[in-house]
Design a protein around this ligand. Sequence first.
Ligand code: FAD
Ligand code: NAG
Ligand code: NAG
Ligand code: NAG
Ligand code: NAG
Ligand code: NAG
Length: 656
Amino acid sequence: MARFVFAAALSLTNLALAQTIQDGVDATPETVAPAVEKVEADASTSGVDYFPFESSQLTPNVIANLTNYNLTNVDLFNFSDTETATQKRASRACKTYPGDRSWPIRPIWDLLNILLGGALVEGVPPAAPCYSDWPQYDEAKCASITSQWQTPQYQLSQPLGIQYYAFEGVSCLPPTLTRTGAKCTLGGMPSYVVKATNVAQIQLAVNFARNLNLRLIVKNKGHDFKAKSTGAGSLSIWTNALDSIQYLGSTYSHGPSGYRGPAFKVGAGVQALPLYQAADKLGLHIVGGNTRTVGIGGGYTAGGGHSPLLSMYGMAADQVLSMEVVLPNGRFVSVDEKKYPDLFFALRGGGGSTWGIVTSLVIRAYPKKPVSTLTYSFGVNANVSKETFWKGVDAVFAKFPEYADEGMYNYWSISCMFDCSFSMAPQWGNDMNSAKLKTLSTPLFDELAGLGITVSDATYKEYDGVLGGIEGTWSAESEQTGVWNFNTGSRLFPRSNWDDPTKLAAQNAALRQSVEKAGLMLGYNMKAATNPSVNQTNAVNPAWRQTVLHALLGATWSQEATPEDIAAANKNLVEMMQPWRDASPDAGAYLNEADINEPNWQQAFYGSNYAYLYQLKQKYDPWGLLWAPTAVGSEDWYVTNQIDYYPTQNGKLCPK
Ligand SMILES: Cc1cc2nc3c(=O)[nH]c(=O)nc-3n(C[C@H](O)[C@H](O)[C@H](O)COP(=O)(O)OP(=O)(O)OC[C@H]3O[C@@H](n4cnc5c(N)ncnc54)[C@H](O)[C@@H]3O)c2cc1C
Ligand SMILES: *[C@@H]1O[C@H](CO)[C@@H](O)[C@H](O)[C@H]1NC(C)=O
Ligand SMILES: *[C@@H]1O[C@H](CO)[C@@H](O)[C@H](O)[C@H]1NC(C)=O
Ligand SMILES: *[C@@H]1O[C@H](CO)[C@@H](O)[C@H](O)[C@H]1NC(C)=O
Ligand SMILES: *[C@@H]1O[C@H](CO)[C@@H](O)[C@H](O)[C@H]1NC(C)=O
Ligand SMILES: *[C@@H]1O[C@H](CO)[C@@H](O)[C@H](O)[C@H]1NC(C)=O
């Protein structure tokens, strides 16, 4: 039986709550039960039953009951009063960091783990077995980790795994994938992780982090390009296991919005592929991303979410009917147009890790429709001069408003590593057979032929729906992750540029100039369709509503790059993107696929909603409990030990 000497926790003297810590408590999994009570959905909730994992909650009952265990320091785990905290906002301090006097001593983490039912794991970098100074050192294990490292499945199966390590700080990668002689440190990765399998655990972690002024992070699939789901010295809530999917039927009726029709209840940890499969089997489509592993209920929908169906039905965030959320004060609430309408606004497009921890959402579905795709390419060659090539590109770009209006989603790239070449891969026609897609594409091919550009590799394919289209277009292996050698900037180009030949010429010149410097540019031609059957009054970047082109430009560096080299490449990227900003002055960028160094990111990522969103952030999270780079309100904090243009999560989080 472990004896918990809470006297040691009295080093928390700077916290008033330390006074309530009693001298000693015996606590083991045998004597202390996990902090959880079964609660059923009722009239105060969203009208849909909880998932079983949502019925297990932390309630005031449970908190009061904790005193039965002689845990007089229940203040560590109790809820907070948002209103009182709002008045106390000025008292923010640096988040407690490992090594600080007030960092919880081991027995407190052990007690948390007991109350979590054993869901707490200590933060150990997944590549630790590759380094002899870590107790996990094991060469065979290292070889196996190294071989899987760059697959999304490996990274998302790991408590600390993320898809892009650059802005974490590249603290611990397998030796063959990082700088020669690199060490392994915990760096920008969390100190502890809650492997959440129920809502009570999330609430407990939220209360514990808030009451002890710990840095709290939320990781779902770890896909974020800006390292928004990692952070040094943090407690991480890992939502990966909340992967339930429930079909609510074809006549689901949602009171607050008046919607009646097919809908799914989706756990926050659900990946795109299983949801596409569940929908497909029922003859349905849902609005999701173009890759198999993106988390639908996590950062994707929170940040807006673009989809092959974007030009048909609008953003992923537009499809949400209700959400279940753990708020920063620890309470678990249902959110929709009638309950917490302001939060409902913010949670749909206002970004992940800002408003609360979403555990599930109800999204609407649509009848399945056929999909046709077209791939083709052309480039500078003996018969096509550089100037002719760029005329050809202009001809493609000119079609974008029309293609978006036809419901298409067109993914293209231009490479100028050698002679420039253009690749459409693919042009994606929703609710179209290949004959229709061919008819729509013939005028462009005629124009290209008129310029002397022969497209010889045009290939059409037909699918019965989005699932087939995605599986037939992108292989599971094409999602290379676990890397740190690049960064991308992006821009949402508005339709108004196409209405004015001068603006269009300036835009296209800016795009050309940048890719000739950078070597590679990608883009999506699509629009966030106006959809009268959903509520589109939400926090999605208003720039999205004007967009017909979302273009991305990359910066790369070598495996031996130093932090200074990375900073220089990132600074160059910011500068290369300036002509894009100049060519779309009131537009913005998509926060889920944008540059962490984007200047004036508040305007670029949130547009005219920013001031209101900032106000809501203070209302629901006066503690600044949830923080992530470029999230609403993040400008009030900074991470220590950073160099310009290379922000990482490897430092202490402090108020400005
Ligand atoms: C291979 C790949 C393909 C992509 N394809 C698309 C695409 O087709 N369309 C598109 O729009 N975007 C796409 N993206 C971008 C994607 O939307 C973002 O990377 C997004 O952040 C992913 O969310 P996540 O939950 O998977 O990642 P995470 O890194 O786990 O989380 C991202 C952010 O959301 C927060 N968060 C996660 N879960 C929750 C939760 N339950 N409650 C509150 N906050 C939470 C995290 O704290 C973090 O701030 C793609 C990214 C990758 C790597
Ligand atoms: C309350 O505490 C008792 C032990 O004193 C325990 O058996 C019971 O499960 C607890 N109930 C709740 C709801 O936490
Ligand atoms: C928990 O906090 C609430 C105030 O939010 C307080 O009323 C309650 O007494 C606290 N519970 C315990 C067991 O201390
Ligand atoms: C709580 O403390 C009292 C007094 O020390 C003791 O009698 C009781 O057995 C303790 N209860 C538990 C659950 O340990
Ligand atoms: C859409 O939802 C918002 C809450 O975010 C609400 O204020 C508004 O009235 C709703 N709009 C419509 C048309 O129902
Ligand atoms: C250029 O045109 C000639 C004559 O039409 C043709 O034979 C040749 O294959 C073309 N070259 C390329 C690279 O397309």
